[in-house]
Design a protein around this ligand. Structure first.
Ligand SMILES: C[S@@+](CC[C@H](N)C(=O)[O-])C[C@H]1O[C@@H](n2cnc3c(N)ncnc32)[C@H](O)[C@@H]1O
Length: 332
């Protein structure tokens, strides 16, 4: 098959993914087909046993996940479909606001398939959209370049940087309309989304669209019925709202070693009626598009059994960025 045909296949498949109400079976089939093409062209399968494909890459804070896992993100089906829908909607909205202007997308963490370039670009002309790509993993960059070359998508690429998005200074920040950075994991564990926002957001215009727009971690209480296996859930509160917290630093570019503590008062809650607490990562992709619980590896909830009797007055959550990136919790 010539890669011209591959582009037609990509365009046909992504058009149906973008237009139809999400049919999981079709999405799985379609993304697997695209994956097969990308595997053939890049020779990156996502399942190689080479150590360099498994290794995480240390960043200025946190780590970038290994190349295999970055490749497998393509087939995190609901994630990819929702991001494609969000990015398309964001481009269309920017085109409406800036008619006739080239829409410039800064893509931080493109991975080995530059997924959101290779699946989105064929829907536009290079006069309409262009990308600046940045990636910390040299092997991913080599693979993404090979794919972009084969698919003849080079005219959509302004620049390709091999760099750490946590410290990178964007050369032409005022030209950027959209920043994409899917550099996160459930509970924002280890990966770099938060320090990347601390670095990139103060550099670009306040009007840019960030995708994902935000990530929120919510706390709830959970009880399972032993009789009928139903469960009762009570939302408690949000323990971390990334965009709100980053904005509260007023564009100060030095990333803090940890974010302010969030104290959740437990005294007014009937903790005896619940067995566990549940921490949910909710990814706000764009506008009304959210990735909710269990829709993706990014939104797997964490359940922690409550020690009974629960005698603490509060749970304190701290999202730390040093020495490692992780959400910590303590009881008071
Ligand atoms: C979850 S993968 C997503 C890959 C692709 N964008 C997709 O959505 O399918 C995240 C990518 O971001 C890269 N990355 C993570 N932290 C980074 C950082 N601090 N600077 C640059 N790239 C980073 C990783 O190497 C990885 O390729």
């Amino acid at each position: 098959m010539t890669e011209n045909n591959t582009i037609s296949v990509i365009k046909k498949i992504t058009t149906s993914l973008l237009e139809d109400a999400l049919n999981q079976e079709e999405a799985v089939k379609s993304l697997n087909e695209i994956h097969t093409h990308f595997q053939r062209i890049t020779e990156i399968t996502g399942y190689d046993s080479k150590i360099e494909h498994l290794m995480t890459i240390p960043a200025a804070k946190g780590t970038a996940l290994g190349l295999n896992y970055a490749a497998q993100c393509l087939i995190d089906y609901k994630r990819t479909v929702k991001f494609l829908k969000g990015i398309m909607a964001a481009i269309k909205e920017k085109q409406g606001k800036h008619p006739g202007e080239l829409i410039h997308i800064f893509y931080a963490g493109c991975g080995p398939y530059a997924t959101f370039l290779s699946l989105i670009a064929p829907h536009f002309t290079p006069k309409e959209i262009q990308f600046s790509l940045l990636e910390i993993n040299r092997k991913s960059v080599d693979s993404a370049k090979r794919l972009i070359d084969s698919l003849e998508l080079n005219d959509y690429v302004q620049e390709f940087y091999v760099a750490d998005a946590i410290t990178f200074e964007i050369p032409n920040p005022d030209s950027i309309h959209i920043v994409i950075s899917e550099t996160l994991d459930a509970l924002l564990y280890r990966e770099c989304y938060v320090p990347i926002l601390f670095n990139l957001l103060p550099q670009v215009s306040k009007d840019i669209t960030l995708i994902p727009e935000n990530v929120v971690i919510d706390l709830s209480l959970l009880a399972r019925s032993k009789e009928d296996h139903t469960f009762k859930e009570q939302n408690v509160e949000t323990v971390l709202n990334v965009r709100e917290t980053v904005a509260s630093y007023n564009g100060q570019q030095t990333t803090p070693s940890h974010l302010p503590d969030k104290k959740v008062d437990m005294t007014s809650l009937d903790t005896d009626a619940y067995e566990s607490i549940l921490l949910d990562t909710k990814v706000h992709v764009y506008n009304d598009i959210w990735l909710d619980r269990n829709e993706s590896s990014l939104t797997l909830p964490l359940e922690v059994v409550l020690q009974k009797p629960f005698q603490n007055e509060a749970i304190i959550f701290t999202y730390q960025l040093e020495p490692d990136i992780e959400l910590k919790c303590s009881f008071q």
